[in-house]
Each structure stands twice: as C-alpha cells, then as structure tokens.
Design a protein around this ligand. Structure first.
Ligand SMILES: C[S@@+](CC[C@H](N)C(=O)[O-])C[C@H]1O[C@@H](n2cnc3c(N)ncnc32)[C@H](O)[C@@H]1O
Length: 207
C-alpha cells in the first residue's frame, strides 16, 4: 500500500516539475504568495530563533530552505522528497550551501529538533478516503519519532466550499487531527485555521 502511494506521489510531482520547472506551480501550488504563507504558518513552531535543525518532509525543489535562509542564520536543514527529480533540482540549486542537504527518501532517517511538511497530504489520487487517512496518521507518527522539539504540517480542510472540492484531493477534519495530535503526541498543540486558504496548519510542540 505505502509503496503504491509513494510511486503515485513521485510520478505526479515529477511531472509537475518537468512541466513548470522550479516554481510554485512546479510543486503544484498556485503561486508564491500561498507557498510562503504556508511556510510562515508552519514556522510559528520555532519559538527560539537560535540554532536549530529541521527536517522538511516533501521539500520539493527546496523553497522552504530559501525562505529560512532569509530569517535564520544558524540552522541545519535536511530536505527529503519521494520524487528523485525534486531532489536532483534541490541539490543543484543549493550545491554551495553547507547547512542544507537533500535526500531521496519518504521520511528522514535522522532526528532533528523540528520537522515540517507542507502540502504532502493534499493529493490522494484514487485511493480510498480511509486508506489515505491511515497513511496520514502513520506519516505523523513517523514525523513525531524524528522530531525532538516538535513538528508541524498542513492539510486541506473539510470546511472547504463543497462546490470547489475535488475527488482526487483529501480534505481532513481539523478537529479530528487536533485531537489525534493531543492524544498521541503532546499536550501542546495549536490549530491554525485563520488564514485565507482552504486549509489548516497544526503545530505540535513537545517542550
Ligand atoms: C505540494 S508539494 C510542496 C513542496 C514544498 N513543501 C513546498 O511547499 O514548496 C509536495 C511535495 O512533497 C513530496 N511528497 C509528498 N508526499 C511525500 C512523502 N510522504 N514523503 C516525502 N515527500 C513527499 C512531493 O513529491 C512534492 O515534491
């Protein structure tokens, strides 16, 4: 099951990159405004801007690293992506950056202070809702186990306008996700559902 999902994702996003290049559209976003707004929400996770390490799950061509460089001078960034084309592009793009590394993996194989994932749960393809739901929860469990201080992710919301919803996308229930994270990962969980996209962000702080 997991292998089938991984190859569907990889094929889908490699095609986007090949068609649109290293742009927000190349990772299936509408534009850079939304892409950066998502980064801003996810990075509310990091309270103390001194040195920290971060895993970016589904890093694409490395746009988050570019965003972080402008704000945080001392960080260790590790991007992973199931699309080999994305990883190749990111490695080329940031070849001279000592504090960034990129790996063709679905989940990091090293612990970091924080982990974030932007946009990895949105496209479910033709998978059953229940299978995709289980896939999300198992990915969150893995993110939790590789994050010492906390992790953050976003999902499309089930509170989207019905007429705009698509069968190939997954709309998660924000209340369920909040409760799941509270009960399984930490008492300190924030649900951000107050920005102008049809999605929400969850921040899980462990300390
Ligand atoms: C919507 S794009 C967003 C890329 C990047 N996070 C950004 O915001 O610019 C999602 C990316 O996540 C990757 N991806 C999806 N599911 C993944 C998973 N379980 N593990 C690693 N990469 C994944 C895809 O290949 C794709 O490059």
């Amino acid at each position: 099951m997991k292998n089938t999902i991984v190859s569907q994702i990889s094929e889908y996003y490699s095609e986007k990159l090949n068609r649109h290049g290293e742009t927000p559209q190349g990772v299936d976003w509408n534009g850079s405004e939304g892409q950066y707004l998502r980064f801003e929400k996810l990075m509310q996770l990091v309270n103390h801007p001194q040195y920290f390490s971060i895993n970016d799950i589904g890093c694409g061509y490395g746009a988050l690293y570019e965003y972080l460089q402008a704000t945080y001078k001392t960080l260790e960034y590790r991007g992973v992506d199931v699309s080999a084309d994305m990883i190749e592009a990111a490695k080329r793009r940031f070849a001279n950056c000592q504090n960034a590394s990129f790996f063709h993996l679905s989940i990091p194989d090293e612990m970091a202070d924080y982990s974030v994932a932007s946009g990895i749960f949105n496209v479910k393809f033709a998978n059953k809702e229940s299978d995709w739901h289980s896939y999300i929860l198992s990915t969150l469990r893995q993110m939790n186990s590789y994050s010492a201080k906390g992790f953050a992710f976003n999902c499309l919301t089930s509170f989207s306008d019905k007429e705009k919803m698509r069968d190939d996308l997954y709309y998660a229930d924000p209340c369920y996700m909040f409760q799941f994270c509270k009960e399984n990962f930490s008492r300190n969980v924030a649900l951000l559902h107050d920005y102008n996209l049809f999605e929400f962000t969850i921040l899980v702080r462990k300390s």
